[in-house]
Write a protein that binds this ligand. Structure first.
Ligand SMILES: [Zn+2]
Ligand SMILES: [Zn+2]
Length: 469
């Protein structure tokens, strides 16, 4: 095992990892990436620099490593998707609902949302959970101009019946209740700090049941841990896009839960390998060391060095700016606000991911992207907050259904507007007491805004071959 040294993340790995080829994943050729971004027959789109939009890492046991041939969803295939709901003049609001943390007739319910230290068996106090309001504001910015509206009725959790072990979900305006199954956590108490979980399928059933007539979609937030089926240990978020509903849990992003899962203390070089530290070259190499060495033949075609950057110096590119901000953040002493701030950033990312499923977006196989699939908390934390150009094009097209003017903007104009809005929102977060986890996001956005304003949104990459080792 390699020594536990702390790496400095100074060199970035922006192509797929050495493991990708072995797992059977091939990063699409520039012409494929370019074609996937447009519905035009003639390919005019050039592909962006990897210093802005790196390839997916595909580390061992990552989603794409397990399912390397997962079908990609181009802009065109998204457009043609039958189950996709367009935004209409009637259905155009994003509703959100915070599941109650308490239940007056099921006193245990509240305790299930509080992490328990498996060693001491005592409740983990300290870091207060982030405000859902901050998540809502993030989503309002991300999905502008769609309006986020709080679900108008009060939701209650009660016992299904006095003898039943099931709980019931109801709203003050609905006549019937929906059954809510629960179970003891299968991965605890050794590796989970939650004793019980709620069935996310039941929560989604409930959401479908109460969906308002003018809802484009309804997102349910909960602090409780979730499960989907007997096969899984836990689930953080899930969307039934066609049915317009999704649910996100904050539980597994609790700093204590993340610590148990090994986030921030990986065996290869210490902390800080959540995004953008996930692209640290030393980390990527070490993570792939256990996997077989690719043959020389494969190396020639698949393994790339850090791509050559043309036109501008790498320090000013979004990824290098983000890593610089990340390094300076990681030198900060940990305290509760630090942890809460990261916690918030994780929930925001997953909430946007689940909502995007409601827009018909499938998991991304093209780039490191907020729409990547994920199989573990560790992989989740390695993924970025931003949309790759292909998924950004889908969002633009979807939102044009709300505001026709969006349809008239060029891809670059739209992305610039999106980045500017996000930059302002994240700036507001940082100006409050919370900031860690957000500065790399701001740094990336600023780098991207500069590229787009300078007209180099996809500069010099059209036929730029990536340097091959
Ligand atoms: Zn997903
Ligand atoms: Zn993507």
């Amino acid at each position: 095992m390699p020594p536990k040294t702390s790496c400095q993340h100074t060199k970035l790995h922006l192509s797929t990892s050495p493991h990708a080829a072995e797992a059977g994943y091939t990063h699409p050729a520039p012409s494929v990436l370019s074609k996937a971004t447009t519905t035009a027959r003639k390919i005019t789109a050039s592909i962006p620099q990897p210093t802005t939009f790196p390839a997916p890492l595909v580390l061992p046991n990552d989603d794409l490593s397990i399912d390397p041939k997962y079908p990609p969803q181009s802009l065109l295939s998204w457009k043609r998707l039958k189950e996709r709901n367009p935004i209409t003049s009637i259905r155009n609001k994003i509703y959100y609902l915070n599941l109650p943390v308490r239940s007056s007739d099921a006193p245990d319910f509240q305790r299930w949302a509080i992490p328990i230290d498996p060693e001491t068996k005592s409740q983990v106090c300290g870091t207060p959970s982030p405000e859902w309001e901050d998540v809502v504001n993030y989503l309002s910015t991300f999905f502008h101009p769609l309006e986020l509206v709080e679900y108008p009725s009060i939701t209650a959790i009660s016992k299904w019946s006095s003898k039943s072990k099931f709980l019931a979900l109801s709203t003050s305006s609905s006549r019937s209740a929906v059954q809510l199954r629960t179970r003891p956590s299968p991965d605890g108490p050794e590796s989970s700090c939650y004793t019980h979980q709620l069935s996310l399928l039941d929560i989604l059933d409930f959401a479908i049941e109460i969906l308002p007539g003018d809802a484009y979609t309804l997102i349910v937030f909960t602090h409780h841990d979730l499960y989907e089926s007997d096969e899984d240990d836990f689930c953080i978020g899930r969307a039934f896009g066609g049915s317009r509903v999704c649910v996100v849990s904050s539980a597994r992003y609790h700093p204590f839960s993340e610590q148990l899962a090994g986030v921030g203390c990986d065996e290869f070089g210490g902390k800080g390998h959540d995004w953008p530290g996930s692209h640290c070259a030393e980390f990527v190499q070490r993570m792939c060391q256990g996997s077989e060495e690719p043959s020389r033949e494969k190396q020639k075609t698949k393994i790339t060095k850090d791509p050559k950057v043309t036109g501008h110096s790498p320090e000013n590119t979004p990824m290098y700016r983000a890593i610089a901000a990340h390094i300076s953040e990681n030198s900060v002493v940990k305290h509760h606000e630090y942890q809460r701030s990261i916690w918030l950033s994780r929930i925001c990312k997953t909430a946007s991911h689940e909502l995007l499923h409601c827009f018909g977006l499938d998991h991304c196989t093209y780039y490191a992207c907020v729409m990547q699939g994920t199989t573990s908390i560790l992989e989740d934390t390695r993924q970025p907050f931003y949309l790759c150009p292909i998924d950004q094009a889908k969002l633009k097209e979807a939102l044009a259904g709300r505001d026709g003017n969006i349809g008239k903007l060029s891809k670059e104009q739209w992305e610039l507007e999106w980045c500017n809005r996000m930059r302002i929102y994240c700036g507001e977060i940082v100006n409050r007491d919370i900031s860690v986890g957000w500065r790399p996001i701001i740094a990336w956005l600023e780098g991207r805004i500069e590229e787009l304003e300078g007209g180099s949104g996809t500069a010099g990459t059209k036929e730029d071959p990536i340097e091959v080792e």
